[in-house]
Design a protein around this ligand. Structure first.
Ligand code: GLU
Length: 468
């Protein structure tokens, strides 16, 4: 049995924010490492120096902190490792496994043109592979790897199965450019090896890079990790995910009122399943996730399911945490006594798919109506208004507020309506209109108790005044 410590990594190219596809890749790597008691590392692939890697790393770490994925060891920045990559390129030259190529850009273009004219795929023609003459002195060479001339490169992908590429399809690709900067496939292989990465889980847009990376591992006598290339997340129509469908920054989901555990649960199910279970805590994911169960077909983003999960986690959220979260959405909850607060939470948890919705509904309850829904206003029953006018002075009505029991209040209203020969179906809409100004939203009795006796009476009086 292989006793090596499992090491996985997430290796984003810094694009400023972490999008959900990236977070899913990170999550799979994280879970796999945690399940095996291994390490999960982060490497920032910022060899493109024009980009601002520190900010990107900060944005990524901010997202990780929000969703609760912790990484092990220091973050590695490729931009800080150029001398290391150059030393490996030189080592390969010294060992005869790579070589300087002095071909100018113009010559390369000329070659490509003539190959295109002959109807063959443009590729480098190995002209400096075994060059022993005096090199041209007028420009700095690149370093190219000596790719095998025949045979095949084979690897067993953990998701896609056996992948076999003919060596002749790979040319002697550049590993170090003439300005000394290393190329992508070269640095990925070096870093994965030096970081001790045993399992590479990444998007399947990297499948075609893998044979090239394998050549680097082989040339440097590094052991080759196990690869898992995961299919993209598609939109509900099976097309590439766009911003509109949800290809947004992870932190945008925070602003839209999603809970981090809902996002992780949503993402883990995009491309992985465990029996027919839908709800997974992070702890469960860590125990149950296995890279070999990653789906080989693309998954689809399903907004309804995401909202369903989010509501599930809002309902499961304890009130203290929920209160703190809601404050970030401008919700004001200080004024409520504890029992009213719990009534409010249980009423709104049932009706909110996001924290934004929760805070908006709370605001609707807290704000006395500035206007009334026209249709409801026209339908309002005058005998129901008569009941409202009387009920606000009733002692028992006042007592219902002290009892803080919505069902008690409801039966009181039923009985009162009945004894006044007013249908409850007329009374409740009138009361709702007075309290909230519109239809929908939480139950009328819950609304009354949350709004409180004085404020409810004022709102009822305001409607009566409006209609008099
Ligand atoms: N930097 C690459 C990307 O962001 C990932 C490379 C890899 O995982 O090997 O797509």
């Amino acid at each position: 049995m292989d006793k090596r410590l499992v090491v996985t990594r997430f290796a984003p190219s810094p694009t400023g924010y972490l999008h959900i596809g990236g977070l899913r890749t990170a999550l799979f790597n994280y879970l796999y490492a945690r399940k095996h008691g291994g390490k999960f590392l982060i490497r920032i692939e910022d060899t493109d120096l024009a980009r601002n890697s520190k900010d990107a790393a900060r944005a990524i770490l901010e997202s990780f902190a929000w969703v609760g994925l912790e990484c092990d060891d220091e973050i590695i920045y490729q931009s800080e490792r150029f001398p290391l990559y150059a030393s490996y390129a030189k080592k390969l030259v010294e060992e005869g496994k790579a070589y300087y190529c002095y071909m100018s850009k113009e010559e390369l273009e000329e070659l490509r043109e003539s190959q295109r004219a002959q109807g063959i795929t443009p590729r480098y023609d190995n002209r400096y592979r075994d060059f022993t003459g005096t090199p041209p002195s007028d420009h700095t060479p690149v370093i190219r790897i000596k790719a095998p001339l025949d045979g095949e490169i084979v690897f067993d992908d953990g998701v896609k199965g056996r992948i076999c590429v003919q060596a002749k399809e790979l040319d002697d690709f550049i590993i170090l450019r003439s300005d000394g900067s290393p190329t992508y496939n070269f640095v990925v292989a070096i870093d994965d090896a030096l970081m001790g990465v045993t399992d590479v889980i990444r998007g399947d847009d990297h499948t075609s890079n893998t044979p090239k990376q394998i050549l680097i591992y082989q040339a440097l006598n590094f052991s080759i990790p196990k690869f898992y290339h995961i299919p993209m997340i598609l939109n509900p129509d099976g097309k590439k995910l766009s911003k509109r469908d949800g290809a947004m920054g992870v932190m945008d989901y925070k602003l839209m009122g999603y809970l981090p555990e809902a996002l992780l649960n949503f993402l883990v199910r995009l491309g992985w399943s465990y029996e027919d279970q839908e709800i997974f805590s992070l702890q469960e994911m860590r125990e149950l996730f296995d890279a070999k169960d990653i789906n080989s077909s693309a998954s689809r983003y399903n907004q309804e399911k995401f909202l369903w999960l989010n509501q599930h986690y809002i309902k499961a959220c304890d009130d203290t945490r929920l209160e703190a979260l809601l404050q970030e959405f401008g919700a004001k909850l200080d004024e409520y006594e504890k029992p009213i607060k719990s009534l409010l939470f249980s009423a709104l948890k049932d009706r909110s798919k996001t924290l934004v919705e929760f805070a908006a509904q709370l605001k609707d309850i807290q704000t006395p109506p500035k206007s009334y829904d026209e249709k409801m206003l026209q339908k309002v029953d005058s005998s129901a208004l008569g009941v409202l006018a009387k009920i606000i002075d009733e002692e028992e009505f006042a007592q219902c507020f002290c009892a803080l029991n919505p069902s008690k209040l409801e039966s009181y209203l039923h009985n009162y309506a009945e004894s006044s020969s007013v249908k409850i179906g007329k009374l409740m809409p009138a009361l709702r209109l007075a309290l909230l100004g519109k239809g929908g939203g939480i139950g009328v009795c819950e609304a009354l108790l949350i709004i409180g006796q004085d404020q409810s009476i004022q709102r009822i009086q305001a409607l009566l005044a409006h209609l008099s």
